[in-house]
Write a protein that binds this ligand. Structure first.
Ligand code: ATP
Ligand code: MG
Length: 655
């Protein structure tokens, strides 16, 4: 039998082996999704340890999410390399900061701020500026972006203009709020999430003795998902390395999906320029997905433009063929959700575990209709990294208004002129400033509009199913649905945004809501922004091992006017379009299925799936009724940008 080190190499192909055995000097792996990048670096560390070349404690492996870090540690243990540090950038930085703070600055590390919102609101007030809730969220996002791109307050207006940011307020005002917020934090002795990286960089830059101590501890660095590294993370990596180049990075430029938070694939693509002697390895064998899934991913990328696309490699599936990807066009959104839930039930009945199935969408506002359809179909599910529909503040607030109006029996002057139930709901919402027309641009105001529009659609469905229903009936229905959706379930179908799906894989993946306006999202206007949307779809497609379903719906509500069309990214991929039309014996001859637009059975009482309530941020079991309703600990944050929130949640889970 092979020795420990040789055994570690057994599970690798020749190129992956090259990665695993190149233990000296810089290594860069450029490869597409599912080619075993994460596997190759994990085995590389294990091989180095088993061969006695790497000391476990001298290796620092950096992954993108806490879940990935945990998986890597588990895998390393199995491969006989326990004791290696596998962490996210944030978690690694915090540990170092806590350790060195007393010596570098004195005293204890300042308290970590859980929520920026209140302090940013206070900073705005000091600048004599008032922010409504949406503006507060968007300004918070801008300050976070500025910090991860190492932009100081005075430079914010110019930097934001250059980056094409849609500033929610006058950029000069945001710069002022940002400066005041930083001052307030210093005065109160607190630091925020981004400060953890900024301060670590600061300490390592200023204090040679401390930097040397860190460098003496860590000799070898491995970074996964390197295409999404931010400038600040790159700086930290350089400080860890010092003069050395004992670095191995792996990434796929075609999976860059965090550039709106300052990440850039340039570090990956220019690795050879920085390290002329680097071993560069390309992997093309795809071990994750069937030939059908891989064919679709290749087809999508063949139409991509821009720097990332120039470096793409055609993937070659190593798996047996399985089912064809299914394209389904539905008449409307509730029918799409019902159809999806039905297919999921069939898959589960055929033996696919629920935990091996995912429904992926572009924005979290799309989740509600799927949460409901899965609950109705009695399928357990869990939502990754999103606020559940009925817990969103605007939806809760609308509920309170609706309840008030229902009590007045519809005689309130507010509802004068409303004839039917959906109009009554519209009338109540119009009191909060909501109109049928979406606000221009992206950001919190648009998200809020989407949530309330989903509520109107829900009222329309309900009225259609129960024509005699009153506002009071609708309120009761909303309460029931909200109650049924409170408890998260374990080991259910995963509902997640495409951003949250990065690096993960499932047997069956449903990509839903693939319409113009959703993917690409309506506010993606520049070519670069549209290309990032295409990459999101690529990430989505390549999460599937065996079954892939893509769907879209032409109208929002049953019987509604069809105003939408399928995503432009599907042109030439779905049957009946572009080159796919001429294909006779190809892989995509299955044709587009019509999902129909039968009225949904709204008003059917949903069945509850109850299991212990846990905090969505830190996973602690919750017992306090208030916290259970929010599905979040009192101390856990609620108002970060989706992508940053994702990272923060992971990071806390890791602590
Ligand atoms: P992503 O870009 O999505 O992060 P990746 O390149 O990191 O993907 P991995 O997650 O490492 O890919 O591997 C994809 C799947 O293929 C995993 O299930 C992995 O175990 C399997 N795999 C990778 N290499 C091999 C191999 N040589 N033999 C068998 N299975 C492999
Ligand atoms: Mg990976």
């Amino acid at each position: 039998p092979p020795s420990g080190a040789d055994a570690v190499l057994q599970g690798l192909d020749p190129e992956q082996r090259e990665v695993a055995t190149a233990l000296h000097g810089p290594v860069c792996v450029l490869a597409g999704a599912g080619t075993g990048k994460t596997r190759a670096i994990t085995h590389r560390i294990a091989y180095g340890v088993q061969a006695g070349i790497l000391q476990p404690a001298s290796v620092l492996a950096v992954t993108f999410t806490a879940r990935a870090a945990g998986e890597m540690r588990g895998r390393l243990r199995q491969l006989g390399a326990a004791g290696v540090q596998a962490r996210t950038f944030h978690s690694a930085a915090l540990r170092q900061l806590q350790f060195f703070w007393p010596r570098a600055v004195g005293g204890e590390l300042p308290r970590l701020l859980d929520r920026k919102g209140p302090l940013i609101a206070e900073a705005a007030a000091r600048c004599r500026l008032r922010l409504d809730r949406n503006e507060l969220r968007d300004v918070t996002g801008e300050i976070e972006w500025a910090k991860v791109t190492q932009t100081v307050p005075a430079d914010y207006p110019a930097a934001a203009a250059k980056a094409g940011r849609e500033a929610p307020r006058d950029p000069a005002e945001i710069g002022q709020i940002y400066a005041t917020y930083e001052q307030l934090k210093r005065d109160r002795g607190t630091i925020d999430f981004e400060d953890v990286l900024l301060l670590t960089v600061g300490v390592l830059q200023d204090r040679h003795d401390i930097a040397e101590q860190v460098r003496a501890q860590y000799q070898h660095f491995v970074v996964d998902e390197y295409q999404d590294v931010s400038p600040l993370q790159q700086r930290l990596l350089e400080l860890w390395l010092g003069e050395r180049d004992t670095l191995c990075v792996v990434g796929d430029a075609s999976q860059t999906i965090y550039s709106f938070t300052g990440a850039t694939p340039d570090h990956l693509l220019d690795f050879r320029v920085r390290h002329p002697h680097a071993t560069v390895v390309k992997l093309v064998r795809d071990y994750r997905s069937t030939p059908q899934v891989v064919h679709l991913a290749n087809g999508l990328l063949s139409r991509a433009r821009g720097r990332a696309a120039e470096h793409r490699l055609e993937l070659v599936s190593q798996r047996e063929p399985d089912t064809e990807p299914v394209f389904t066009e539905y008449g409307d959104e509730p029918t799409e959700a019902e159809g999806t839930a039905r297919r999921i039930r069939e898959l589960i009945a055929s033996g696919v575990p629920a935990s091996e199935i995912a429904v992926l969408f572009r924005i979290n506002a799309q989740s509600e209709v799927y949460e409901q359809a899965l609950a109705d179909a009695d399928v357990p599910y869990q939502l990754r990294g999103a606020e559940r529909f009925f817990e969103r503040p605007e939806v809760r607030e609308a509920g309170v208004k609706l309840r008030g109006a229902a009590r007045f029996g519809g005689n309130d002057t507010l509802l004068a002129g409303a004839a039917d139930l959906p109009s009554e709901v519209r009338a109540v919402l119009s009191d909060t400033g909501w109109t049928d027309r979406p606000p221009a641009g992206s950001g919190a105001a648009r998200d809020r509009w989407e949530s309330l529009a989903a509520l109107v659609r829900l009222a329309e469905d309900f009225a259609r199913a129960r024509p005699a229903a009153t506002l009071a009936d609708l309120v009761a229905e909303l309460d029931e649905r909200a109650a049924a959706q409170h408890a998260p379930t374990v080991e259910g179908v995963t509902l997640a945004s495409l951003h949250a799906a990065k690096g993960l894989e499932w047997d069956a993946v449903f990509l839903v809501g693939l319409t113009e306006g959703m993917l690409p999202i309506h506010h993606a206007r520049t070519d670069e922004q549209v290309e990032e949307e295409r990459r999101l779809l690529y990430v989505g497609i390549t999460r599937a091992r065996r079954h892939l379903a893509l769907s879209w719906s032409l109208a929002r509500s049953p019987g509604g006017r069809p105003v939408r069309s399928a995503s432009r990214f599907l042109d030439g991929l779905r049957p009946g379009t572009g080159t796919a039309r001429r294909r006779t014996a190809g892989l995509l001859t299955g044709g587009i299925e019509r999902g129909g637009s039968a009225p949904v059975a709204a008003g059917r009482p949903p069945r509850a799936h109850r299991s212990p309530a846990r905090c969505r941020v830190c996973n602690r079991t919750l017992t306090d009724p208030g916290e259970m309703k929010l599905m979040r600990c009192e101390g856990c944050p609620s108002e970060l940008d989706e992508a940053l929130y994702e990272r923060l949640r992971d990071w806390r889970a890791e602590q």
